[in-house]
Design a protein around this ligand. Structure first.
Ligand code: KG4
Ligand code: ZN
Length: 342
């Protein structure tokens, strides 16, 4: 069985071909970083137009890599939630069209659940049941995942996503976009204890939510100094930038580590899977590894190329294929993030 998977939720246009044994036969990712860099963040209209130009050539290249023709596909799967509306639509319409033309079933999947599944792919063995922590530019969410078809949202950010905070703080510090890698680089020369930034909700041992907007504001006020709201005019030394980057990074990492292990305590699960662009962060990886070892928790963090957006993680659709979970051709996108129930 061969599946074409498509990913167009945000600013990466990606396609992959995977088989029922989770072998990756082809995978192509086109990043749009160069198109959005000058704006310091993803511009939705630019993103959807770029997807439109790229999706068909990328599907072609992926099939070529896999050495197969369209007629050898058994189904097409596409990430249909959550994401930017215009971007999601391009992927879904491409998938539906292929399904109509080839007369094969359509599968949709949740992009965040696919990020958790990236750990299953990378580890090469079973990771379920597990707690999934997804930290990206658009999302910071914790899931209880009893099996690859069942995901219960345990908590999420109530304001900014962790990656969004990295990007915005990098901008304040005059560091290039995307902010995560820039802050990580600057932080290597900095002192994480130089500034004491807030760790929102960390002392709340019931709730599994995150909040990063107060932290972002705290960095802004620290740069401006008392009574100087026009922080753009402040000139920071290289050492100040490094110390601010390191102190900010440490605060984000503290929050992520605390809530991930609280989720493990609350669910009684012993396996933690981490994905999303921010999971590429070296300090986060180090702290999670230390804590997992201390608590005898099995930790799976996807390798960098599977942490950032890609279509290989769409292999979660293999599980849906096996369970016969197909979608009608009038299925729609769901741009918004799901909310906790109960
Ligand atoms: O998962 P992703 O590629 O796209 C979204 O779905 O959002 O994540 C992109 C985010 C950006 O905010 C970027 O700054 C962040 O991941 N990121 C990092 C690192 N590498 C990428 N954040 C912290 N440290 C990194 N090394
Ligand atoms: Zn993502």
């Amino acid at each position: 069985m061969k599946l074409l998977t498509l990913e167009t939720t945000c600013d990466e246009t990606a396609a992959a071909v995977v088989d029922d044994r989770l072998h990756v036969l082809g995978s192509v990712v086109a990043s749009q970083d160069d198109l959005h860099r000058r704006y310091g963040g993803v511009v939705p209209e630019i993103a959807s137009r770029a997807h439109l130009e790229r999706i068909l050539p990328i599907i072609d290249r992926t099939l070529q890599q896999a050495g197969i023709g369209l007629e050898q596909l058994d189904a097409v799967a596409v990430a249909s939630t959550p994401g930017l509306a215009g971007s999601l639509l391009v992927g879904l319409v491409a998938a539906k069209t292929l399904c109509v033309v080839l007369d094969i079933p359509l599968i949709t999947f949740n992009h965040l659940q696919a990020h958790v599944y990236a750990c299953r792919l990378a580890s090469g063995r079973e990771v379920f049941p597990c707690v999934g922590l997804i930290v990206s530019g658009g999302h910071t969410s914790l899931y209880r995942c009893p099996n690859p078809l069942e995901f219960e949202l345990l908590g999420a950010t109530i304001d900014d996503a962790a990656g969004e905070a990295f990007d915005k703080v990098a901008n304040m510090l005059g560091l290039p976009y995307p902010g995560g890698p820039s802050i990580q680089r600057a932080a290597q020369r900095g002192n994480p204890a130089a500034y004491r930034f807030p760790r929102a909700l960390v002392r709340d041992t019931e709730r599994l939510d995150f909040s990063f907007s107060g932290l972002k504001t705290a960095v802004r006020y620290t740069i401006a100094g008392p009574g100087r709201p026009d922080f753009e005019k402040v000139k920071l030394s290289d050492q100040q930038v490094a110390d601010l980057a390191a102190s900010f990074q440490e605060a984000v990492v503290d929050c992520l580590v605390a809530k991930a292990f609280l989720a493990l305590d609350q669910t009684g699960m012993r396996v933690l899977c981490v994905g999303g662009g921010v999971a590429a962060n070296a300090r986060l990886r180090q702290r999670l590894a230390e804590e997992a070892q201390r608590r005898d928790v099995q930790l799976h963090i996807a390798p960098k190329e599977l942490c950032t957006d890609n279509a290989v993680m769409g292999a979660i659709a293999v599980e849906r294929f096996k369970a016969g979970r197909f979608e009608p051709l009038d299925v729609d996108i769901q741009p918004g993030v799901e909310r906790k129930t109960g």
